[in-house]
Design a binder for this molecule. Sequence first.
Ligand code: ATP
Length: 365
Amino acid sequence: KKKIAIMTSGGDSPGMNAVVRACVRMSLYLGCQPFAVYEGYEGLVQGGDFIKKMEWHDVRGWLSEGGTLIGTARCMAFYERPGRLTAAKNMILNGIDALIICGGDGSLTGADKFRAEWPSLVEELVATGQLTAEQVKPYTHLNIVGLVGSIDNDLSGTDATIGCYSALARICEMVDYIEATASSHSRAFVIEVMGRHCGWLALMAGVATGADFIFIPEKPREDNWKDEMTSVIEKHRKLGKRKTIVIVAEGAQDRHGAKITPNMLKDLLADKNGLALDTRITTLGHVQRGGTAVAYDRMLGTLQGVEAVKAVLEATPDTETCVIAITENQIVRKPLMKAVQDTKEVAKAIDAQEFDRAMDLRDTE
Ligand code: ATP
């Protein structure tokens, strides 16, 4: 029986449980034995109870649960070869040579490295007497498939990462709540949302809530940004708007790379010699990550989980490691490292013109 391990790694995201459920059940359906690796790479390195056989009923009810029920962690040991050597040993001891990982680009990079190193890790396990040649014989290659679990929608090559629509829905809901009280008191709110490198959440939340102004890492602000923001908001206020919403991504910056912080924005909005607005800051923090997955993320996690099991079974030593993506509504396989590389080189393409057009739909007359 082919043994397939499933793991969640890096930051958690809503929809990861749908992935694990789909992978477990699809593996069983295809006659394989699934395993869950608890606590991300930490579980692979620790072995023992961290690697658990899964049955059909083990994942019952998981679709409607938020976070990841098999845990996730950052694992320093896995960055180093000795950590990966132990991980390889634990896998072989459990008879596993197929691994499905749901995580961010860091987790997927680690996975690709692990796969490339696998033959030499196996050799070292034999050379150092940790395993016998007989024990390692069936495990000459490791097959890996990646799934992108991230609330940031920060991987190039896929339209949506698992979790991003849940986080976006939550942000919009929170902004709606804030708007009611902002209007009542005629206040301004600076709302900080997640996104250190990728501003998708802030941008789409801005579009979806009709925010007055937004700041994202991909659009570093020109030197005159303070005047620009002040004049837009002044205009909105003159048109009778009783609330002001500014959404700022964690990684917002100006064109010199200097961070634009919620406090800077608050000071500007509250400036007695300027807009003089009663201004509050709301940092949404982990409510964006937590909670249950929206229908889209459950669907994406399930369909991609099914595809991941098929892909890991079809993988050969000669095929490139793949990541499961969604493009134009199709679930597809893409070369994993190209997606990671593209993500680093071109921050997920946000068309500047589209950005301006979307924001121009605010109250302008
Ligand atoms: P997020 O997008 O939420 O940050 P991520 O998967 O990018 O998710 P990381 O913290 O970068 O999160 O990676 C998770 C774990 O994957 C790390 O703690 C480490 O164990 C492993 N890992 C990441 N990068 C590498 C690498 N280059 N080599 C080996 N292991 C890695």
